[in-house]
Write a protein that binds this ligand. Structure first.
Ligand SMILES: [Zn+2]
Length: 206
């Protein structure tokens, strides 16, 4: 994965990890929207999306972002969170066709090209997520079993952070110890019974 896709994956994980974007302060929302906008534009391989960019430049960028914060950010957040949660849990994520921009085909200098037109911002971000899945050889996300945060997996990483890893491993160790004690006590009880009955039989004999 190139740096661009790594940055994008990290942002997706961070966005999806938020419980809700409505709870964020306005400056935080604006910053998040700014990052979303900045990173996805850096990809720059989006046919007609340039038109949207131009239109956006016409408006004051900040105004455009503020508008996106209200209408687009909550939808993008909800979709990303739902999709990642499903995929990380091994479930199926369904994507209605109208969530994607319409592809169009052209041949330029004898080379086939596919572009996408009429991208609404939400469609555009979802398309960018889809492209991330395409360029990554392995599914790039994991979900922390301790705190529920999403993260970009490095190798077989299971937890989002060292502190969650500690809590997770410690918890697993306690569970294992509890289970061991449960088994141990059960075995002891089980072992006692035959001994008692054996003694009982012995005492009954004479
Ligand atoms: Zn965690």
């Amino acid at each position: 994965m190139t740096d661009h896709w790594k940055q994008w994956a990290t942002l997706c994980a961070r966005l999806a990890s938020l419980q809700s974007v409505e709870a964020l302060s306005d400056p935080k929302k604006l910053k998040l929207m700014d990052e979303l906008d900045w990173i996805t534009h850096a990809g720059g391989d989006f046919g007609n999306h340039k038109a949207w960019r131009r239109a956006q430049r016409k408006l004051a960028r900040r105004e455009a972002l503020r508008e996106l914060c209200g209408e687009v950010l909550p939808v993008v957040h909800a979709r990303f969170r739902d999709i990642l949660a499903r995929l990380c849990a091994g479930e199926v994520a369904f994507l209605p066709r109208d969530e994607f921009p319409t592809p169009f085909w052209t041949v330029k200098n004898g080379v086939f090209e596919e572009g996408h037109s009429g991208a609404e911002p939400v469609q555009f971000y979802l398309w960018h997520l889809y492209q991330l899945f395409h360029v990554s050889r392995r599914f790039p996300f994991g979900r922390c079993p301790v705190c529920g945060a999403f993260f970009v997996r490095v190798k077989r990483q299971r937890y989002c952070s060292p502190s969650c890893a500690y809590r997770g491993i410690e918890g697993a160790r306690k569970d294992a110890r509890r289970e061991y004690m449960r088994q141990y006590m059960a075995n002891k009880r089980h072992a006692k019974k035959p001994r008692l009955s054996a003694r009982g039989r012995v005492s009954r004999k004479p």
